[in-house]
Design a protein around this ligand. Structure first.
Ligand SMILES: [Zn+2]
Length: 192
């Protein structure tokens, strides 16, 4: 049986860079891997890229209504690992499918993504991974405003923190990694 692993971190914690470095390591040893991400994240098209690295990798996207697509793709060929980016946007049934890939096809599955949204709530895909993963590992980064560990994602629009709205918003908002203390301070200030 192979492992299902969840590497989580805030925005700008080099999650995609870690995924790319992992892909690179397998590639150097001529061990084929396959990369997936939910189609909802269309910022970079069909590649995975990182702020920190210049390398990019092709990625297969899946929709919320795709059942068995990932499983069947992985079954086609002897892959040494399955890597998933932006896994927070996956549905619960996708994570169940990834678990079956580890258990039935015996291929390790390494997922990278956010744990919680801009309101500090678990994403659907991340919640299911916390429930099912063999291993959960944090990719750490520092708060944008102080030196504590970041554990929240602050949504900003035109530089101003925003605490209301849809969980997934494709617009001109930006996200910053912040510690809980700074997050709560901004939230309390926004109510004044
Ligand atoms: Zn802080």
């Amino acid at each position: 049986m192979s492992k299902l692993i969840f590497y989580y971190g805030t925005m700008r914690s080099s999650k995609s860079a870690q995924l790319i470095m992992t892909a690179y390591n397998y590639q150097q040893q001529n061990k084929p891997i396959i990369i997936f991400k939910p189609s909802i994240d269309t910022r970079d098209g069909n590649i995975v890229k990182s702020r920190a690295l210049e390398t990019t990798y092709p990625v297969y996207t899946f929709d919320e209504n795709d059942y068995e697509y990932i499983y069947n793709m992985v079954k086609l060929r002897k892959y040494h690992a399955v890597l998933c980016d932006e896994i927070q946007f996956a549905k619960e049934h996708h994570i169940d499918e990834l678990a079956r890939i580890a258990d039935e096809l015996n291929v390790p599955v390494l997922c990278f993504g956010l744990l919680t949204d801009f309101q500090g709530k678990l994403f659907e895909g991340s919640k299911r991974l916390v429930e099912l993963a063999d291993k959960i590992q944090e990719i750490k980064t520092v708060c944008w405003y102080c030196d504590r560990k970041a554990r929240m994602n602050l949504r900003t629009v035109d530089g101003n923190p925003v605490f209301e709205g849809e969980q997934i918003q494709i617009g001109d908002e930006e996200y910053l990694p912040v510690c809980r203390k700074c997050y709560i301070k901004f939230k309390n200030n926004s109510k004044k």
